[in-house]
Design a protein. Structure first.
Length: 177
């Protein structure tokens, strides 16, 4: 086989060889050129660069999913008057979560949202006020985050304020946020 000419086609180095049957273009045995693609701006990009970019994006996505799983997997934190911070069960009623910590809001309706005695301020993590609660509050009170604790379900980290005299003995509130 006697190579005397060469050329390129689709990322492969070709050479022209003379054989007893005539001439033939074949893949050059020593030169394989990396295949080339173009990006959106028409610039040439090596496949190795595209693979590296894909790997980086993949790792970032996996890290994001792990972060979300960890955050959603841990128990929500209940913060009361800025001082009492405890972990509580997701899905529990706020009034029950408070009672478990010795913070007893008043109530005479058994948590049915009918007596409106279990009022407290929910600054974050309580979701929007429900139709059951809204009739008990003025627009100004709703703007000031007042809610019925028996109607608030803990879905994530939650920050609230109750009257100071309901806090466990020896616990002093921090100023409002
Ligand atoms: S306990 Fe009666 S409204 Fe909440």
């Amino acid at each position: 086989m006697n190579a005397w000419n060469s050329g390129r086609m689709e990322g492969v180095e070709l050479c022209l060889v003379r054989t007893p049957e005539g001439e033939e273009r074949v893949r050059h045995p020593a030169k394989v050129v990396p295949s080339i693609a173009t990006n959106r701006s028409g610039k040439q990009v090596k496949h190795t660069d595209m693979i590296a970019t894909g790997l980086i994006i993949g790792i970032a996505l996996v890290a994001l999913v792990v972060l979300l799983l960890v955050k959603n997997g841990r128990r929500p934190r209940l913060r009361v008057n800025g001082v009492l911070i405890v972990e509580v069960d997701r899905g529990v009623r706020l009034m029950n979560a408070l009672a478990a910590q010795g913070v007893l809001l008043p109530g005479t309706c058994g948590g049915k949202g009918a007596c409106a005695l279990c009022k407290c301020q929910v600054f974050s993590g309580g979701g929007p006020i429900s139709p059951q609660e809204a009739p008990y509050f003025s627009k100004e009170a709703i703007r000031d985050h007042w809610r019925l604790a028996c109607q608030v379900v803990v879905k994530g980290d939650i920050s609230i304020r109750v009257p100071d005299d309901l806090l466990p003995p020896g616990t002093a509130s921090l100023p409002p946020e």
